[in-house]
Design a binder for this molecule. Structure first.
Ligand code: HEM
Length: 146
């Protein structure tokens, strides 16, 4: 009886420890994804962003030959994956896809600004907006070639 109880306690303690070690990691990991409103929130943000890009005189010229439906799908995947959501980015490498486009720092900032407007219009809190922009900032080196 005592041995059974000891075993039971050991298993229960083990299970609790395993849960405790998993839960905080998961919660901390997808906090930005959830802040964006999850899958549907990201879909809405990108749907707002695409027309802003197409109308922005600072960058619209670059996208005249672009399949914007594909771009939207890839941006959704990328934002989801970057913020800890359950997605895998399956698009092209950032260096490869922007090579030859001669993107400037000003243009990079213009797109980041449009993204912030899109997030604002979808009610994303500014601290969450900043988190996504911070995740994209390291890509500047791959995207800007001019
Ligand atoms: C935060 C900045 C940016 C991010 C995260 C980003 C991300 C992406 C992604 C995910 C794709 C799709 C890749 C694929 O189709 O597999 C893409 C394509 C593209 N990006 Fe960017 N981009 C950024 C900035 C810019 C800027 C500033 C420009 C130009 C002004 C630009 C021009 C393009 C064009 C023209 C394509 C389509 C290329 C093609 O279809 O051949 N991007 N970008």
């Amino acid at each position: 009886m005592n041995i059974t109880r000891t075993w039971f306690s050991a298993i229960a303690a083990g299970a609790l420890l395993a849960l405790a070690s998993l839960a905080p990691v998961h919660a901390a990991d997808d906090v930005t994804y959830r802040g964006l409103g999850g899958q549907q929130g990201i879909k809405n943000i990108v749907a707002t962003l695409i027309p802003l890009i197409k109308a922005d005189p600072r960058i619209k010229e670059s996208f005249v030959d672009t399949d914007m439906k594909n771009l939207a799908m890839r941006l959704e995947e990328q934002f989801c994956a970057l913020t800890g959501g359950p997605c895998v980015y399956e698009g092209e490498d950032m260096n490869d896809v922007h090579r030859g486009l001669k993107v400037t720092n000003a243009q990079f900032n213009a797109l980041a600004e449009d993204l912030q407007i899109a997030m604002e219009r979808n009610g994303v809190p500014s601290h969450v907006q900043n988190k996504l922009v911070a995740k994209l900032a390291p890509m500047q080196r791959a995207i800007v070639t001019k």
